[in-house]
Each structure stands twice: as structure tokens, then as C-alpha cells.
Write a protein that binds this ligand. Structure first.
Ligand code: AMP
Length: 396
């Protein structure tokens, strides 16, 4: 596999699939620049190495062709400011303007193509469309991990036109390396912490992880399905009736594989789903009928913290409670701090999935964990053990 670090970009035109799918306000100003910021090192590497960069991205979900509010031209001012150079723009990602501008591109220059999803062919992974994009450059690079689980033209299909000259950008490389490190080269003990609202959507992750981890900690709304499956009274807590049997199956599966499954023993219960609800600590399997568990309790925090601090590899996905409400955020905050402490003691920690990332940011711990994954859905599918089309297309 070619690497961005060692590739000779001199006089090459590099088609880079970036993720510039940023939120815009009604004045078309970017309200969160994280995704653009993350791509800057990749783009600079190419232009500083004497190559030209042709940037391709989607923005939003346009339905029928071009729409002003989904135009990538809105990112140009910020992008050129961050790069410290002019960014050319093709107002159509294929066709006349794109090929003229790409054709005239000189080493060190940057060209941004208009929203790929103004063509339906993009998400369909259409061959002819992929070929038209491929014709604009002579090297293909994928740096959009957030869409790596999609087999679209720009994320996977067009790679076939660059059998030799294709590679990951820095974001993709870091994501893949970090997740592989956790899944395939983990130092022991390996602890996975799963939380969030529901078990559904995470079953495959749990099953894949059972074969890899030493400890599995379960918190968040999903814990109540496990507690109820074992006969516990969980009141009005979140449960998924259709998954009770599967929860039992998981408990057995963990035991068979010698995996320590840690479920909370206590919980913070509330009499309504509101921050100012009455609340108290309760045993997790003896919750009064009209109450619901919204966080893990202090005894559970203590136990989980101990397990986390003794771990050498940590994967965390999903909050321990309704951390958006301050009165039910203590469990999530304590776990975030424990992960940070374990990391400073030498553990490798990977945080992924929207809400645990939000929690890490909320408590300002981003720099105290090993890696924070940006690709929500893509990361989850990778952890499930699925091969991501965007990764496969480069590796193959
Ligand atoms: P997910 O998207 O599945 O990771 O779920 C994240 C959401 O789960 C967050 O918005 C939390 O507020 C919510 N959550 C965590 N714990 C609970 C709980 N005990 N009851 C209801 N919702 C919860």
C-alpha cells in the first residue's frame, strides 16, 4: 500500500475525497469547522510536496440536482484562509469547467469541485460517473472516513481507475490504524465500555467484541434490557422487550468466553425524564414502578472505574446516562475521567460514536485520550467487523 508520508507528489494531480459536509447557518456561514480543519494537513502535504490537489466532497443531502444551500462554494473563504492560498472552484464536479480547471492546474494549486451529490450517480456508485471523476487527476486519495462505509463513486468505486496510485489521507490512515490497533493488536486487559440509549444497533458490535475483550462494561439506557432480562424490576426505564432473549444470550456468551461482563448494580432514578425531576440512588433491579433509571449509581461508578484503571486497551462508545441533563451526567463524567486517567498511565484509549465524543469534548478531555474517532457510523461498522468499502478499495 502507498503511504501519504512517502509518496512523491511532484507534478501529480491528486484527487482527494474529503469530508467537507459541514453545518451552515442561513447566511451560509460554517458553524462547525472541525471537518475542514482535520483535512488541512493532508492537503498541505500534497501541495508542499509539489502536487496539485483536486478536492471532492458532498455537502448535505440535495434531492434533485444543484441547490444553492448545498453548494460547496460556501466553504471556499474559510478553506483558503486556513490553507493560506487561493482555492479554485469548479461549479460542476464533472464536465467542461471541471476538466478545464483540472487540466490547467499547476503544482501547488488547489481546486475544489462542486458538491458530488448534485449527481445521483455519486451515491449509486455509477461506473461512468466514477470514470469522469477519475479522468480529472492521476492519483486517488481517500480522506473521508465518515463516508468510508458507503460504496459511492468518490469513496470507493473510482479507486479502481488507480490500481497503483491510490492511498489514504491522514484522517483515514489514523482512523484505520487506531481501530485496527484496538481490534487486532490490543494489549491486555482490553475493556470495552458500551452505553447509549439502545441495545438495538449495537448487538453486532457486542457480538464481535465478545471474541476480543477481557472486560465488557455496559451502562446507559441499554443496561436495563440486560437487568430486566435477568428478572430485575426496572420500572419505567428504557427497555427493548424484543431484545430480552438476545441480552440473555449475550450474558451466556460472555460467560462461555471468559469475558467479565460488568452491569451496574445501582442507578440514579428519576420520577420524570427531566433534569429537575426528583431523583435518588436505587438498586438497579428494584426500581419503583413509576420511576426510571437515568444514570449509573456511585457503587457502579466505583467498580467500573477500577476495571478501567486496570486496563491497557479501552474502547468507549456511548454515554453511561442522560448526560445532556446535568443531574444525570455524573456517571458519564466519572467514566470519561477514568478513561483519561488510564490513558495517562499508559493505556491506549479509543473513543467513538457521536455521544461519547460529545461527552469527551464536554469535559474537555480530548487531549487526554489516545484517539477520538470522527466517523460515527463508519467506525461502528468497522468495529462490528464489517469491511468498509472505502477502506477495501484502497487496500485491495
Ligand atoms: P446512542 O445514540 O445510542 O449512543 O445513545 C445516546 C443517548 O442515550 C444520549 O442522548 C443519552 O441521553 C441516552 N441515554 C443514556 N442513558 C440513558 C438512560 N438511562 N435512559 C434513557 N436514555 C439514555
Amino acid at each position: 500500500m502507498k503511504s501519504i508520508d512517502t509518496f512523491d507528489f511532484q507534478n501529480r494531480k491528486v484527487l482527494v475525497r474529503v469530508d467537507f459536509n459541514v453545518p451552515l447557518n442561513d447566511k451560509f456561514e460554517i458553524t462547525d469547522t472541525t471537518r475542514i480543519d482535520a483535512a488541512i494537513p493532508t492537503i498541505k502535504k500534497i501541495v508542499n510536496g509539489g502536487g496539485a490537489a483536486i478536492l471532492m466532497s458532498h455537502l448535505g443531502r440535495p434531492k434533485e440536482g444543484p441547490e444553492e444551500k448545498f453548494s460547496l462554494k460556501h466553504v471556499i473563504p474559510y478553506l483558503s484562509k486556513e490553507l493560506g492560498q487561493e482555492v479554485k472552484f469548479a461549479d460542476d464536479c464533472i464536465g467542461e469547467s471541471a476538466s478545464t480547471l483540472a487540466g490547467g492546474l499547476k503544482p501547488g494549486e488547489v481546486l475544489l469541485l462542486e458538491n458530488l451529490r448534485f449527481y445521483k450517480e455519486e451515491t449509486k456508485g455509477d461506473e461512468a460517473f466514477s470514470k469522469k471523476l477519475a479522468d480529472l487527476g492521476d492519483v486517488y486519495m481517500n480522506d473521508a472516513f465518515g463516508t468510508a462505509h458507503r460504496a459511492h463513486s468518490s469513496t470507493a468505486v473510482m479507486a479502481e481507475f488507480f490500481p497503483e496510485d491510490k492511498m489514504f489521507g491522514y484522517i483515514m490512515e489514523n482512523e484505520v490504524k487506531s481501530i485496527d490497533k484496538v481490534l487486532h493488536e490490543s494489549q491486555r486487559p482490553f475493556t470495552a465500555i458500551l452505553g447509549g440509549a439502545k441495545v438495538s444497533g449495537k448487538i453486532e458490535i457486542i457480538n464481535n467484541l465478545l471474541d476480543k475483550v477481557d472486560n465488557l462494561i455496559v451502562g446507559g439506557g441499554m443496561m436495563f434490557t440486560f437487568i430486566h432480562a435477568q428478572g430485575g424490576h426496572v420500572g419505567k426505564s428504557l427497555i427493548e422487550d424484543e431484545l430480552l432473549e438476545l441480552a440473555l444470550h449475550t450474558i451466556e456468551g460472555a460467560a462461555e468466553r471468559g469475558v467479565n461482563l460488568y452491569l451496574p448494580t445501582d442507578t440514579i432514578i428519576a420520577d420524570k425524564f427531566e433534569n429537575d425531576a426528583n431523583s435518588e440512588v436505587s438498586s438497579v433491579d428494584d426500581i419503583p414502578d413509576d420511576w426510571m433509571g437515568l444514570d449509573i449509581g456511585p457503587e457502579s461508578v466505583k467498580k467500573f472505574t477500577e476495571v478501567i484503571k486496570n486496563s491497557k486497551t479501552i474502547l468507549w462508545n456511548g454515554p453511561m446516562g442522560v448526560f445532556e441533563m446535568d443531574n444525570f451526567a455524573a456517571g458519564t463524567k466519572a467514566i470519561a475521567l477514568a478513561v483519561a486517567d488510564a490513558t495517562s498511565a499508559g493505556a491506549f484509549s479509543l473513543i467513538g460514536g457521536g455521544d461519547s465524543v460529545a461527552a469527551i469534548n464536554k469535559y474537555d478531555l480530548k487531549d487526554k485520550v489516545s484517539y477520538v474517532s470522527t466517523g460515527g457510523g463508519a467506525m461502528l461498522e468497522y468495529i462490528e467487523g464489517k469491511e468498509l468499502p472505502g477502506v477495501k478499495a484502497i487496500k485491495e
